[in-house]
Design a protein around this ligand. Sequence first.
Ligand SMILES: [Fe+2]
Length: 297
Amino acid sequence: MELHDLVGPIDTLSSNWPDQPQVYQHTPDTFRDLLTLHEIDELIDSNCLAARNVVLLRKEDGGVVESHEYTDGDMPRPGTVREHLDRGGSISLRLLHTLYPRLAILKNNVQGATLCRAHVNAYLTPGRQQGLRYHYDPYVTLIVQLHGRKTWPLHKPMVERPTEEHENFRLRGWTDEEHKFLATTPPAQSVTLEPGNVFWLPRGWIHAPYAVSEEPSLHITVALKERTLSWLVEHLAEIIVRHARADFDARQVLAPADLLADPNEALEWTRKYMIGALIGLDLEATMASALNKARTT
Ligand SMILES: [Fe+2]
């Protein structure tokens, strides 16, 4: 499966990269061959789902169950994931592109078409239950609803342009004020997904989805980690660091006494060195290596 099977023509997407939530409609059985509830049930009930591929979310507050509470070595203890679901808990199935070749193909196609680093997770939520509570992700999530129905209450981003390294929700959480706002304010908008719906959720948008059907809700999430200008800065910096490490002059020792007495001389040399390295960059080769890196890592 290709990205255009989910969101239509890639050229349109690339030139109008959506910064608002967007639903793409398909017929209910369009994604029947992508992943089925039966396959996930088999993974769980045959006890061959490794601990690294599953996270248990508490029914009560959507928090993550500590893995030591249900695992034995690399595997969940037999039956514990099913018992968790039977009690109304949700599960997040992680990195399914490492388990199913067709999802690996989808992930690679998405990455090749968008230059975004991609991964594929899935979420299984029992009927009428809720998994994660209000949070945001530092990347676009492309949700493909496969089974059941799920409603996504949404709030506009409170943190603009979060990245994994900056203002990441998992590290930052909510301020008291933000928490109070989310607890007392109706969502700015709400989207209910049915099988065949694909939902584009830009990074930063706040969401807390819950199953609205009696039957379980299953969706896959294709994460698209967008490349940013800071990513390009990082790429150029890596090139300069590699250059410096191979440079005889740059490998000169900094005597501790000199460094402590007057670090400015070394700093000034370094600043000039970096400026010179940046000016001397072969832009064509640099961009080619950046694009190659974007497609493959
Ligand atoms: Fe999320």
